[in-house]
Structures are given as structure tokens and as C-alpha cells.
Design a protein around this ligand. Structure first.
Ligand code: PMP
Length: 384
């Protein structure tokens, strides 16, 4: 089996697995305990915080440990909304965000906040001018993702950040950075990011852990209350193996960004070039996109059918994002890009990593070619 689903999760680095096992075995003290083992555990967290901060070019005190990006996004959005509700109740986001952002905004709408969901163009990009006109005096938060998890579309974050701060310097700018870190350069300063979410399992770290960067001076109402861990921002005994492994994965992934862009980008280009030669396939990803995600539609055929056919040929891909692939609805992201319901129901996402080889790509293209030829006569006109 060849794994082509790196946007859903990634194979952990061997070093990550070894580190976790070692920390679990030797450093099981509670970092809040004041004896030697507690202090040792606290030191590990301090060191991991420094490593994560260095990977992002920020201060260690600006890193908050989370259980992953779902928590990070909830913490950022609900935390900022609760904290700054006195200033205003308007939030701006986009129509292509991950459900952990989108649904958090919907939950706030039910609590009396007003949310503007910005549209995207045919390539899945938000227009910074639309951000500028959406931000008002009472806009407390803008949340825009770096790289879309279904299509790989990259947002013009520098222009968006500038638009946000020029329209209202007090508006908090949050970025869901999950699919961009380690794949493209990250420039929190240039983007004017106040909050930035990451998940370790998307960068070859463990599942159930991640970070939220919270710029100095920004306050968030905590979601979890209890002990005083994370300066009261997130109560609960720290996941030390996960934290240490997150730092390791962040350091390794950031050091490999250029290699990733070159090697994985070359695989993506080759696959996209082949798809362009196939009259019955339509690309939903573009050259300007991230180096690891190729989304395509096979109109007239449910995405699941192509997915299972590829699986029979030993290739594991996705339809939509892993988080929404078990729902029967067509992809919201593709619909927002103006694609038809048929195209949005017949989409398949191939997402790559540094573990994939050129030979594997040739196999994948052969499998795709075979599946498409076999399934073509079964396609239904105007499905949906
Ligand atoms: N944001 C994006 C863009 C994602 O791709 C994902 C993972 N599907 C998440 C947030 C949620 O991350 P986690 O699995 O760590 O909760």
C-alpha cells in the first residue's frame, strides 16, 4: 500500500517515536510536582517551548500547548470572542475554513456574534480587498487559513494581514497554519499574525498534540479551567511525551521545508501535468498552491468509487478532508470555489509527503489511468 493521504495525517519520524517512548519511560513525573522528577519534567517542557518558538521565530512565552489544531482553533476563536466581546461582536472568516474554525464561528453566531463568511475566487483564494471592506470598528477577530486542506490553495496572508490591521489595528488576526508549516515558508511577523495554530500529526509528529502561538499582549478567555498550567490558559497536566515530540517534529519539519517544496513539489507538478492530459478529469488545485495537495474531480462518478478503485491498486487517497469525508454532502470548499455539485461530489484528494518516491508516483498514475478507463463507461450524466 502506498500512502497518499498526508493532508489527513503523516507517518511519524522515527526520532519522534523514539523520543516519545523515552520520555514516557523516564520522565513520568508531573511537571507541577516540586520534587526532582517534577522539576525534570518541567525542564523538558521549557526546552520544548524554546525549540517550537525558535522554529517560528517567536518568544517561548508565546507558545501554548494544545491537544491539536481542533483545540487550538477553538481556543483562538472562542477564546478571543469571549475575551474581546466588550469591544464588538463581529467576526470575519472565509467560506473554506476547516470545520474546527467554521463550526466554532457558527457556534458563536448562535451566541449572538455576527460572522461574515468571505467568498473565494475560482482558485480558492480570498481577496484582501474583501477583507479590508469586511473589517469594521466592531470586528474583534479575523480568521483565515494558510493552506486549504482540500485543495492546497494558499492565501495571500501578507496582504490580508495588512488589510486587517489597516482597517482596524485592534482586530485580532488568527491563522490556521496546519497545512502550511513545513511545506511553505512561515512568516508570522510579515503576516501580522496574532494567533497561529499548528497540529503535530500533520508534520510527522504524534496525534493529539499541537500548539497555539499567541502573540504577547493578546489575551484569550481560557476554554479549560482548573490547574494553573500554561499560565492559566489551559488547565490540565501537560502531555509531556507529546510536547517533546511536537518540538522535535517542528524542528525537523521546518529544517526540511525547502527540500519538501522542491521534492514533493516536483511530484505534484508531474501528477498535475498528467491529469491535464485526461479529458474526463478536472483539476481543483493550481500551480500557485501548496506543494503537497492535488485535488481533482471525475464528474459523473462519486469520489468514493474512484477512491476504492485506487485502493484496490494499492493507493490510499481521500475524497474530502478526513474530518468531513464520512459525510455524504459535496465538498463545501469546492462549491465555494464555484465548482458544480457534480464536480464537488466526485472529488478525490491526493496528498503527498517526503516519504513518497518517483516510482510510487508512476504506480499511482498507472492506477489512476486504469481506474479512470474502467469507470468511464459507468459515469452518470449530471450526477446531483
Ligand atoms: N485545520 C486544518 C486546516 C486541518 O487540516 C486540520 C486536520 N484535518 C485541523 C485544523 C484539525 O487538526 P487536528 O487533527 O490536530 O485536530
Amino acid at each position: 500500500m502506498v500512502y497518499w493521504d498526508h493532508a489527513a495525517s503523516t507517518p511519524p519520524y522515527d526520532e519522534v517515536i523514539q523520543t516519545m517512548a523515552e520520555v514516557m519511560k523516564k520522565h513520568y513525573g508531573n511537571p507541577s510536582s516540586i520534587h526532582r522528577m517534577g522539576e525534570d519534567a518541567a525542564k523538558l517542557i521549557k526546552r520544548a517551548r524554546e525549540v517550537c518558538a525558535a522554529s517560528l521565530g517567536v518568544k517561548p512565552s508565546e507558545i501554548v500547548w494544545t491537544s491539536g489544531a481542533t483545540e487550538g482553533n477553538n481556543m483562538a476563536i472562542k477564546g478571543a470572542a469571549m475575551q474581546y466581546a466588550g469591544r464588538g461582536k463581529h467576526i470575519v472568516t472565509t467560506s473554506i475554513e476547516h470545520p474546527s474554525v467554521y463550526d466554532s464561528c457558527l457556534a458563536l453566531e448562535r451566541q449572538g456574534f455576527e460572522v461574515t463568511f468571505l467568498p473565494v475566487d475560482g482558485k480558492g483564494r480570498v481577496d484582501p480587498a474583501e477583507v479590508a471592506s469586511a473589517v469594521r470598528k466592531d470586528t474583534i477577530l479575523v480568521s483565515v487559513m494558510h493552506v486549504n486542506n482540500e485543495t492546497g490553495a494558499v492565501q495571500p496572508l501578507e496582504e490580508i494581514g495588512r488589510a486587517v490591521k489597516e482597517a482596524n489595528p485592534l482586530t485580532v488576526f488568527h491563522i490556521d497554519g496546519v497545512q502550511g508549516f513545513g511545506k511553505l515558508p512561515v512568516r508570522l511577523e510579515a503576516w501580522r499574525a496574532d494567533l497561529y495554530t499548528l497540529s503535530a500529526h500533520k508534520i510527522r509528529g504524534p496525534k493529539g498534540t499541537g500548539i497555539l502561538y499567541k502573540r504577547e499582549g493578546i489575551s484569550l478567555h481560557p476554554l479549560l479551567t482548573g490547574g494553573k498550567q500554561e499560565s492559566g490558559m489551559r488547565a490540565g497536566t501537560e502531555n509531556i511525551p507529546g510536547i517533546v515530540a511536537t518540538a522535535k517534529a517542528m524542528r525537523m519539519a521546518s529544517e526540511q521545508t525547502e527540500t519538501f517544496m522542491a521534492r514533493v513539489g516536483a511530484l505534484r507538478d508531474e501528477l498535475m501535468a498528467w491529469i491535464r492530459t485526461q479529458p474526463c478529469l478536472e483539476l481543483n488545485s493550481f500551480e500557485e498552491g501548496a506543494p503537497h495537495i492535488v485535488n481533482m474531480s471525475f464528474p459523473g462518478m462519486k469520489g468514493e468509487v474512484l477512491l476504492h478503485s485506487l485502493e484496490e491498486h494499492g493507493a490510499l487517497v481521500s475524497t474530502k478532508s478526513a474530518c468531513s469525508s464520512k459525510t455524504a454532502e459535496p465538498s463545501k470548499v469546492l462549491l465555494a470555489m464555484g465548482r458544480s455539485a457534480d464536480a464537488a461530489s466526485s472529488a478525490v484528494r491526493i496528498s503527498m509527503g517526503l516519504t513518497n518516491t518517483h516510482e510510487e508516483l508512476q504506480q499511482l498514475i498507472r492506477a489512476l489511468s486504469d481506474a479512470v478507463n474502467r469507470l468511464q463507461p459507468l459515469r452518470q450524466e449530471g450526477m446531483n
